[in-house]
Design a protein around this ligand. Structure first.
Ligand SMILES: *Cc1c(COP(=O)(O)O)cnc(C)c1O
Length: 386
């Protein structure tokens, strides 16, 4: 592999409209932001409740620094497990009504840890085709037999489970699909797992804090509990900080402590984050108006776009994808919006299937009604011109 080969591959990405560009955010994350020197309204973040720049979380982080310093200095199993981490784990378990929770550095690492600790050679992992990349990478890394079923196709999953002779079976699924915004049929997933004696790993990255009356996520939304469910969510999205956790039966969590390599072989996260997250959990639980406001924005966007030239995928969550088809068309619409000071990311392959390029509109409680109306007017204008 020479430099020239890499340069040619990069040039090919460019011509296919697949080269990614980073924008630079010069203000705190929020609905109104300064990006590359310009004031914009952003519909790009996973900051669903508007907590990423909440002054109370910043104050809690400062208090965390005063109390614990900045670095954990060691991994959890050596001497990095600090009282801030421990308090957060206990509070997460209590809020979710699950026996035990375990903190990971981030969601990517949590998924790698959970799947590789629970499945190995001779086992089987079953995953929805639209699952997050981290769940797919985790399944590959586990060396278990990895079977993928068409998005949401419970009959296909049932057939795969029935045929499988694997020692241990693990069904893994996004709870809210990150690029489509739709919910997994969790009750049916659980029924199949019970029928075929499989574990169910649910990745609630986009549901935790958002779904359920108290923000408890997908389990609260469906009113479900089961010792078979290994629940996982990130703390860098609705919770506004950084990190992730797994929660479930004590035996599962203790297995992760003993076997999950991304838990064991890494420095514990800065305790100030755990301390800030404790404050975040309180806000998530008590400030239900944030979820109501977000739901209002979702309703308003969907209702206003129904009559225009664009079609949204059917999603009830903060993730509202507007599929344009080709990468070029997604980029064109995103650029036209950007000219008007509205940032919406164009999502292209390999993140979504070929022909499924889209604008991924993310709404947040931080948006105002006026922000949403501006986006609708701009989309209608661009749609008419096209
Ligand atoms: C964002 C995301 C992750 C990764 O979480 P991080 O904490 O950002 O590493 C995992 N799964 C899904 C579905 C996600 O959307």
């Amino acid at each position: 592999m020479t430099y020239a080969q890499l340069a040619a591959e990069l040039a090919a990405l460019e011509t296919r409209g697949l080269r990614r560009q980073r924008r630079m955010l010069e203000s705190p994350q929020g609905a109104h932001a300064v990006v590359d020197g310009r004031d914009v309204i952003a519909f790009c973040s996973n900051n669903y409740l508007g907590l990423a720049s909440d002054p109370r979380l910043a104050a809690a982080a400062r208090e965390g620094i005063a109390r614990y310093g900045v670095g954990a200095g060691a991994s959890h199993l050596i001497l990095g497990h600090m009282s801030a981490h421990h308090a957060l784990e206990e509070e997460l378990a209590r809020c979710l009504g699950l026996p035990r929770a375990l903190l990971f550095s981030n969601g990517y690492m949590a998924n790698i840890g959970i799947v590789t600790a629970l499945a190995g050679r001779g086992d089987a992992v079953f995953g929805d085709k639209l699952n997050h990349a981290s769940l797919n990478d985790a399944a590959l890394l586990s060396r278990a037999d990895f079977k993928r079923y068409a998005h949401g196709d419970m009959e296909a999953l049932a057939r795969l489970l029935e045929k499988s002779r694997a020692r241990r079976k693990l069904v893994v699924s996004d709870a809210v699909f990150s690029m489509d915004g739709d919910l997994a049929p969790v009750p049916e997933l659980l029924r199949l797992c019970e029928l075929h004696d499989a574990w169910l790993v649910l990745d609630d990255a986009h549901g935790f804090g958002v779904l359920g009356a108290a923000g408890g996520g997908v389990l609260e939304h469906y009113g479900m509990v089961s010792p078979r469910i290994v629940y996982m969510a990130t703390l860098g999205k609705a919770a506004g900080v950084f990190g992730a956790f797994a929660a479930g039966a004590p035996e599962v969590i203790e297995t992760l402590v003993q076997r999950a390599r991304p838990y064991i072989y890494t420095t514990a996260s800065p305790p100030l984050l755990a301390h800030a997250l404790l404050a975040s959990l309180g806000i998530i639980r008590t400030e239900g108006w944030r979820r109501e406001r977000l739901a209002q924005h979702v309703f308003s966007l969907k209702q206003q776009l129904v009559t225009g030239p664009w079609r949204l995928l059917s999603s009830e969550t903060a993730i509202q994808p507007l599929v344009t088809g080709s990468s070029e068309s997604a980029l064109r619409v995103a650029a036209a919006l950007a000219e008007r000071g509205l940032l919406v990311p164009a999502i292209r392959p390999p993140t979504v299937p070929r022909g499924g390029s889209r604008l991924r509109i993310s709404l947040s409680a931080a948006h105002t009604e006026d922000d949403v109306n501006k986006l609708v007017s701009a989309l209608n204008e661009i749609g008419q011109a096209a």
